[in-house]
Design a protein around this ligand. Structure first.
Ligand code: B4P
Length: 192
């Protein structure tokens, strides 16, 4: 069983690499960004609340995303393992995830962090914004706000896993396949 936290700033390649990882390792993909966008598309009360925050580049409240993850873990009991993509994004979310997994006699196997400089993140997200239709990819000020939120609230989550000896950082700049190979090397080595 592999429970992977795929970590990095907005535009680091988490969603992109998750798609490759789930195909090879048959893990269940839990992306809080995707779950929130589904709520928005369905026009739920939760989606409406989340949209106003996401459109400003601000994180949605911890209890909202923790509740979504709890539902998904319960619905996928018996899975081969999970990729947590875009979650946990605060230290509080990381502690809640540990507690939830413990209820299922499980734990996080490792965090793989994709390291990408801010100028590259900006370039990638503006490029994606041309076709994604995502309001949060549309302008430089909003992307800068997301990176600021990441540095203030999300970056400290790395230490949470470093303290447990579960942290692996890799360079997230380069060809998608090359980065995927580095992720596979870590997964194969550490999950033996
Ligand atoms: P997310 O959906 O998680 O958005 P993201 O960080 O922008 O996506 P990602 O990082 O996966 O994009 P990728 O690099 O794959 O979150 C959106 C918002 O939802 C947040 O701002 C927040 O408001 C809210 N939210 C989500 N989770 C939350 C939580 N847990 N708590 C609170 N709020 C939460 O792709 C970026 C682009 O780069 C793509 O176009 C891709 O093609 C390109 N790319 C990827 N790898 C590349 C490479 N190696 N070379 C060149 N281009 C590459």
């Amino acid at each position: 069983m592999i429970n992977l936290v795929l970590f990095g700033p907005p535009g680091a390649g988490k969603g992109t690499q998750s798609a490759n990882i789930i195909e090879k390792y048959k893990l269940v993909h839990l992306s809080t960004g995707d779950l929130l966008r589904s709520e928005i598309a369905a026009g739920t009360a939760l989606g409406l609340k989340a949209k106003s925050l996401m459109d400003q580049g601000i994180l949605v409240p911890d209890e909202v995303v923790i509740g979504m993850i709890e539902n998904k873990l319960t619905a996928n009991q018996g899975a081969n393992g999970f990729i947590f993509d875009g979650f946990p994004r605060t230290v509080n979310q990381a502690s809640a995830l540990d507690a939830l997994l413990q209820q299922h006699q499980e734990k996080i196997s490792m965090m793989i962090a994709l390291q990408v400089p801010d100028d590259v993140l900006l370039e990638r997200l503006l490029e994606r914004g041309k076709s994604s239709g995502r309001p949060d990819d549309q302008n430089e000020a909003l992307i800068a706000k997301r990176i600021e939120e990441y540095n203030a609230k999300t970056a400290p989550v790395a230490k949470f896993y470093q303290d447990q000896d579960k942290y692996f950082g890799i360079n997230g700049v380069g060809a998608i396949e090359e980065i995927f190979d580095k992720i596979c090397d870590i997964l194969d080595r550490e999950s033996k």
